[in-house]
Ligand binder design. Structure first.
Ligand SMILES: [Ca+2]
Ligand SMILES: [Ca+2]
Length: 415
């Protein structure tokens, strides 16, 4: 066990000791989909009262992918951990039990918040969660815009590339990192809590700790996002980058770039500034051959869900299905993960899971040939306060979200 893991486990034991009195106080478990089949396992919903308001959930498969561990970060920096047991479908708090695997401790949803861990953290008042690379190595954006590589003992490398301090860091299977760069104040919308948005992006080789590619968006625009979508949309072996670009004249539009910064396609602008669109994810919502982008237009005011295709011929992003009302973001928040994609009914087709416009329901949306349908609508115990996570394998899928009523709800779907 590495030093880092040992330290982390020590921290867990300490935390568990502090919180065990308050453990799982109120557990409600009910069957939400009583099918007539004689199958022992059924879909279920479990709500757990937490010790505070959850703001971030991380899910990880354990025990040869059979079970799932959930790490929940509360708004005061406490961490609570749970295991969803595949066999029984039950969610159990990991208090005095040894966890099967040390979970990443780098969960830092805001600059103000100190995680209650005794593991040494990167120095500086970081705005976003550092990204854990292999072998205890991590990477983060320093306040001055440097991208910094380090491990527990020391700094390993530093790239002065003028990164956006609150950019998410994405890593791909080739160990490359995508980060937003070139902070700009030229668009004063400020929906992520400050008036500074990126106007470029960079790709870094994490192994060599070297810059591979830098690109800028058009001079009039800013990137109105903290988290690009980096995906091989046309499944030809090379990745593309989806960005929301905004300016004072045309408002927000979706633009697709290749990794060198060449524009491949764009969608219609909203035609009005200070209105946002949240590009969620690209996936096989309708067809495995033709992936679609799911997006929420104006999530703060009557959000419209749109599915969008990349028409390569016309170099445009075309809306294929549209409907309201959903919301995946709150003004001022850096949480862009209030959505997930998962196949909960095991029909081979993923659904999109998003909050209702009021953020007090979780809705499963299934794309159809005609548009999309709601296939599930789960009332929440309060207003959603965390990201939405999903984990699935061949026989089981789980979905989890937290609310401002200090609850964690886990939905389990069984094949
Ligand atoms: Ca591609
Ligand atoms: Ca499905």
């Amino acid at each position: 066990m590495s030093k880092l893991s040992v330290l982390f486990f020590a921290m867990l034991v300490i935390l568990s000791g502090c919180s065990s009195n308050e453990g799982v106080q109120e557990v409600e478990q009910e069957v939400i989909d009583g099918t007539e089949e004689t199958n022992i396992s059924k879909d279920s919903e479990t709500t757990i009262k937490l010790n505070g308001i959850p703001i971030r959930i991380e899910a990880e498969k354990v025990n040869n992918d059979a079970d799932v561990e959930l790490t929940v970060v509360l708004d005061d920096g406490q961490i609570q951990q749970f295991k969803v047991d595949a066999e029984s479908g039950q969610t159990i708090e990991l208090t005095n039990e040894q966890t099967t695997k040390a979970v990443p401790f780098f969960i830092k949803p805001s600059a103000d918040m100190m995680i209650q861990t005794e593991v040494s953290q990167p120095k500086g008042n970081l705005e976003m969660t550092p990204l854990l690379l292999q072998e205890n190595e991590f990477v983060y954006v320093d306040q001055n815009g440097d991208v910094v590589f380090g491990n527990e003992e020391q700094e390993l490398g530093r790239l002065a590339i003028n990164a956006l301090p609150d950019s998410n860091l994405l890593v791909d299977d080739k160990n490359r990192i995508l980060v937003l760069t070139q902070p700009s104040t030229r668009y004063d919308h400020g929906i992520f809590g400050d008036q500074i948005e990126a106007s470029g992006f960079a790709i870094i080789d994490a192994q060599e700790r070297k810059l591979i590619q830098e690109a800028s968006v058009p001079q009039k625009d800013v990137i109105e996002s903290l988290k690009p979508i980096w995906v091989d949309w046309d499944q030809n072996g090379t990745k593309e980058i989806v960005l929301t670009l905004s300016n004072d004249r045309d408002g927000a539009r979706l633009v697709l770039f290749d990794e060198t910064g060449k524009q491949l396609a764009e969608g219609q602008p909203l035609g009005q500034s200070h209105r946002w669109r949240h590009a969620l994810t690209v996936g096989a919502f309708l067809s495995k051959d033709k992936l679609e982008l799911a997006e929420i237009t104006t999530p703060h005011i009557g959000g419209t869900l749109q599915f969008i295709e990349w028409d390569q011929e016309s170099e445009s992003l075309k809306v294929t299905a549209s409907g309201s009302e959903y919301s995946t973001h709150s003004i001022g928040s850096k949480n862009l993960d209030m959505h997930t994609s998962m196949d909960s009914d095991f029909d081979g087709q993923i659904e999109l899971w998003v909050p209702s416009q009021g953020k007090n329901e979780l809705i499963g949306v299934q794309r159809t040939a005609e548009g999309f349908n709601t296939i599930n609508q789960f009332p929440l115990q309060g207003y959603i306060s965390s990201n939405i996570v999903s984990v699935s394998n061949d026989d089981q899928a789980i979905l989890a979200a937290g609310t401002d009523s200090a609850t964690l709800t886990v939905w389990t779907f069984v094949k």
